[in-house]
Design a protein around this ligand. Sequence first.
Ligand SMILES: [Zn+2]
Length: 258
Amino acid sequence: MRKRRRLQGNCVFCGGSVLATTIEHAPPTTLFINRYRPKGHEFASCARCNNGSSQQDQVAALMIFITAEAIHPGHFVAQINKAALGVANNVPEVLQYLDFENPRELTEIDNSSSLDVVAVPVQKRLFTHWLNPWAAKQIAGMWFRQTGKVVQEDQVITVNWVSSALDADLQFFDLIENALPSHFSLTQGKLSFHDQFFYKFAIDVDCTFGAFFSIYHNAVSFFGAVLAYEDAVRHSKLGFGNLFQTSAAQGIHRTLVV
Ligand SMILES: [Zn+2]
């Protein structure tokens, strides 16, 4: 009951004190094949936090489908075209961050053989402006779904993308996936959407730390965590990757630990 009252009450993305007026789908419907997405991972959101990420959703969809096509050739062409059209219409500058003219064939670290994967160079801005904040929001949703708690202003969200192109045989994927005990994926009746989206996670008993590893279309993944800001400061030498905090004033925003 407590969860339901909160779902109808305040936005789960900006500290929990701002009245929610919308329902946010995280992950977004646009990430699913033919936009066919079962219910089960929606969140109360204020208009600012919801609208603020609709363009991020489109950019994330384009990146995820391009990568999925590289890993699973021939399956995602229609999805790429649709996502590219959305990005071209709404945030055309993002297409300039992708260097389709100069793809790079990836080689294994020991250079002994060439992988059958081609990487499209991207500008860092694609991550700093679009994909990192998008991932942070996804993690805030996972945290709420699994703990019933809103990420607080004194907590930090970390984001680390895991490149499937550099992990072509998915060994690192398997390692993390097997290490995290709990699993979430969307289902509808007997239909599983695991192939399109799932995450593994671990949360400590006091809900002070959560680790999440999510995978989209068996191709794109990021590792994220929610932890106390003071713990992030204490262990800052570990280098947590991209850090985000949230607040009623700003919503989810990039932060630095000092
Ligand atoms: Zn909000």
